[in-house]
Design a protein around this ligand. Structure first.
Ligand code: ZN
Length: 155
């Protein structure tokens, strides 16, 4: 029984990996129903002001940024019911929550090619434009222990 369990666990957890050497955590993405409601909360909680609000039409979201050290908190509000953020909020009983972690990397395009080569499932095969003027790409959570992972690179 134990042997079977161990075998199953190994099979389930078998994970393909590649070395990405991120320089830092670029931001943490939090899905929210309303920026108007959540910005004052996070400003007070973190003792810092929201410094940018930006709509990313491509992803059907409005984003707001606060900064702690070199790491940002990215609040994401859906601008359409078809937004993946709207679907995420619905899945979470109508509440938002931790949505993704973003690492700053160098050589994003090569990193994606290497990740694919290693068998990691990619959401974005090629970098695309994200908020804050960054090139971004997402790795599929099925390949990253359930954590939606974003890679970012300065243009
Ligand atoms: Zn993000």
């Amino acid at each position: 029984m134990q042997i079977l369990f161990n075998f199953a666990a190994k099979f389930e957890l078998k994970s393909n990996v590649t070395k990405m050497n991120p320089t830092h955590i670029e931001h943490i993405g939090i899905a929210v129903k309303s920026l108007d409601e959540s910005i004052p909360f996070f400003e007070t909680l973190l003792g810092t002001k929201c410094y940018a609000i930006e709509e990313v039409a491509d992803q059907k979201v409005r984003t707001a940024f606060l900064k702690i050290g070199q790491t940002k908190i990215e609040l994401l509000e859906p601008t359409s019911p078809e937004s993946t953020i709207a679907a995420f909020i619905e899945k979470n009983n109508g509440k938002g929550g931790m949505h993704h972690i973003a690492f700053a990397v160098e050589g994003l395009e090569n990193q994606l090619a290497e990740a694919k080569e290693a068998g990691i499932r990619l959401i974005d095969e090629k970098p695309r434009g994200g908020a804050e003027g960054l090139n971004i790409a997402f790795l599929h959570p099925k390949s990253t222990f359930g954590v939606l992972t974003e890679l970012c690179e300065k243009k």
